[in-house]
Design a protein around this ligand. Structure first.
Ligand SMILES: C[S@@+](CC[C@H](N)C(=O)[O-])C[C@H]1O[C@@H](n2cnc3c(N)ncnc32)[C@H](O)[C@@H]1O
Length: 263
């Protein structure tokens, strides 16, 4: 198993309802919105005025965007816990990543939207982890904890009880508002996820991770190109246009191509 301390730092088209209708989905309702570009950004804008209802202007803006977001409304209607669920649905529709009977690890699972999709699309075993608590998802096991803890890999591997067919990571650190810092942080998480994938993936397995548009992930991409048959970038339609997030999708894991330098 790769030691964490040695690791580098660092469709069917979705039919969404029209934008006009108001939804009952508010931040207090069951649908939890924790995409990387949401409340953290709000917190970063610390200087803001409070409205008559006690919300900051940034909170007011976020709420208004939520209420007018067709994906938020569709998630609420269809029972997904996050609008992020649609990102995985769209990625899967395009790349055919999830197949019945698969064993899958879900990194950064809260509030559980991707986990729901994985189970719904037939995964036989789903193991997830998040810093935040996640309400149980039938058919999945989720640990509350930090994926970067040195013992977390072993815990996840033992819970899965065998090799994984797919590792997905939607992990996003709290954003600082300083793009280069945010980029380095998210790439650090994605690299950890990749090296974990090297430890746990079966031959032919797949890997999906959230990254931010930037440039410094070249080293990670080169490593991935050695270890997988195909590596592509994708920005699913559900990913907000004003967010620099995108996903790297690697398929056809080739364990024989992993050498000590790569791992
Ligand atoms: C965008 S959300 C994931 C949304 C999820 N895919 C869904 O559909 O519901 C990103 C998550 O990454 C988690 N995260 C960030 N850093 C983490 C870490 N070091 N270990 C575990 N989870 C982490 C955050 O707590 C957050 O819940």
């Amino acid at each position: 198993m790769t030691e964490k301390k040695n690791r580098p730092t660092g469709s069917s088209t979705l039919r969404v309802p029209g934008r006009a209708r108001k939804s009952s989905a508010t931040p207090g309702s069951r649908l939890v919105q924790n995409d990387s570009d949401a409340p953290q950004k709000m917190r970063a804008q610390s200087v803001s005025l409070r409205t008559a209802r006690g919300r900051t202007t940034a909170q007011q803006r976020w709420l208004s965007r939520q209420l007018n977001d067709p994906y938020v409304q569709a998630a609420h209607k269809q029972g997904w816990r996050s609008r992020a669920a649609f990102k995985l649905i769209e990625l899967d529709d395009r790349f055919h990543l999830i197949r019945p009977g698969m064993r899958i690890v879900d990194l950064g699972a809260a509030p559980g939207g991707w986990t729901q999709v994985l189970v719904k699309r037939g995964a036989s075993q789903v193991v997830g982890v998040d810093l935040l608590p996640v309400e149980p998802v039938a058919g999945a096991e989720i640990i509350e904890g930090d994926f970067t803890d040195p013992e977390m890999d072993a815990r996840l591997i033992s819970m899965l009880g065998g090799k994984a067919d797919l590792v997905v990571s939607d992990m996003a650190p709290n954003t600082t508002g300083h793009a280069p810092t945010d980029h380095v942080r998210i790439i650090g998480l994605a690299e950890e996820a990749l090296h974990f994938a090297f430890d746990i993936l079966a031959e032919g397995g797949g890997f999906v991770a959230k990254v931010f548009q930037g440039g410094s992930e070249k080293a990670m991409l080169n490593t991935m190109k050695q270890a997988f048959t195909q590596v592509r970038h994708a920005k699913p339609p559900a990913s907000r246009k004003d967010s620099s997030e995108l996903y790297v999708v690697a398929t056809g894991f080739r364990p024989d191509r992993i050498n000590t330098q790569t791992a």
